[in-house]
Design a protein around this ligand. Structure first.
Ligand code: NAP
Length: 274
């Protein structure tokens, strides 16, 4: 198949080098500087792949966007192929993707790792993508190795557990110790976010997030991860602040629509720089 990946950031690179060799892969870029790019990613081994660079969306069987479907030009790239997908876990972007897909199969290809850098791009702990939505079978068949599938709500509920903590880090200017002090509020916000997403996208009511789990995650992650966690959080999530705010707003909207409490999410939203 011909697979177009929108974007050429770390997630696009890990995705391109995770697809089976038999597929032809291209990157949709905003400005084309060359015809192709040799992409290198590594963990235990170095994976390489030459991908075509393009600004057009013609002739692709599958398009997977690592950029927001709401970003200018992305809807046009998603307009023609038989199957469309995105890595997003932002509820309103998932709704937009569903709308853009219309009668065509669509899905989510959600990264379950941290990734950064270019040539080589690194990832941790595993280059795993959770595949969800009506096009799951086709999307899963693109990969060189088996990837987990999940109901549509699952990766969204999972993001609702972690992203309020990221929002709390953002509010604390990515100082882990400061964010740890607000673990009870972050856990309460995450619980409200998960309830709102489960109500909006179906699925059982999720378990509440415990403040001890939030505190433990903020303590343990920097010890376990083989990279500079504060630096990574600041450089990656600091650059995706708009996305974090959009998620918080979406959870508040979903919660209100379903008559659920959103006060902790509202309070967090007030503390995150837009
Ligand atoms: N990195 C991670 O560890 C990780 C883990 C889990 C989830 N995610 C999520 O996955 C997504 C991608 O992550 P990332 O780290 O690869 O982000 P990134 O470095 O910001 O990459 C996004 C890519 O999308 C491109 N893009 C944005 N708008 C576009 C448009 N309108 N047309 C064409 N290309 C466009 C950007 O192009 P330019 O180069 O021109 O800016 C960039 O190459 C984000 O939503 C992120 O939150 C990331």
């Amino acid at each position: 198949m011909r697979v177009l990946v929108v974007g050429k950031g770390p997630v696009a690179r890990v995705l391109a080098t995770s697809l089976a060799e038999r597929h032809q892969v291209g990157f949709a870029v905003r400005e084309q500087t060359a015809d192709s790019l040799l992409v290198e990613t590594r963990r235990h081994r170095t994976a390489r792949r030459t991908v075509a660079l393009t600004t057009a969306g013609e002739g692709w069987d599958v398009v997977i966007s690592t950029a927001s479907p709401a970003s200018p030009g992305v809807a046009g790239l998603l307009a023609r192929p038989a199957v469309v997908a995105a890595v997003t876990q932002v509820p309103s972007e998932v709704e937009l993707l569903r709308e853009l897909a219309g009668d065509r199969p669509w899905g989510l290809v959600v990264p379950g790792f941290f990734a950064g850098g270019a040539d080589p791009t690194w990832w941790w702990p595993q280059a795993r993508f959770t595949v969800a939505g009506p096009a799951s079978d086709v999307l899963r068949s693109l990969f060189a190795r088996p990837q987990p599938t999940a109901p549509l709500a699952a990766p969204l509920v999972s993001a609702a557990a972690t992203m309020p903590v990221v929002a709390g880090l953002h509010a604390a200017d990515f100082d882990l110790a400061t964010a740890r002090h607000s673990s009870p509020q972050l856990a309460a916000a995450a619980t409200q976010a998960r309830d709102a997403v489960a109500a909006g996208f179906g699925g059982p009511r999720p378990r509440p997030v415990s403040r001890h789990a939030v505190r433990a995650a903020l303590t343990v992650l920097p010890r376990l991860a083989p990279f500079d966690v504060p630096h990574y959080l600041r450089s990656h999530f600091g650059g995706h602040g708009e996305q974090t705010v959009r998620m918080l707003r979406d959870w508040v909207d979903l919660g209100r629509r379903h008559g659920l409490p959103t006060d902790e999410l509202d309070a967090l939203l007030g503390r995150v720089p837009a």
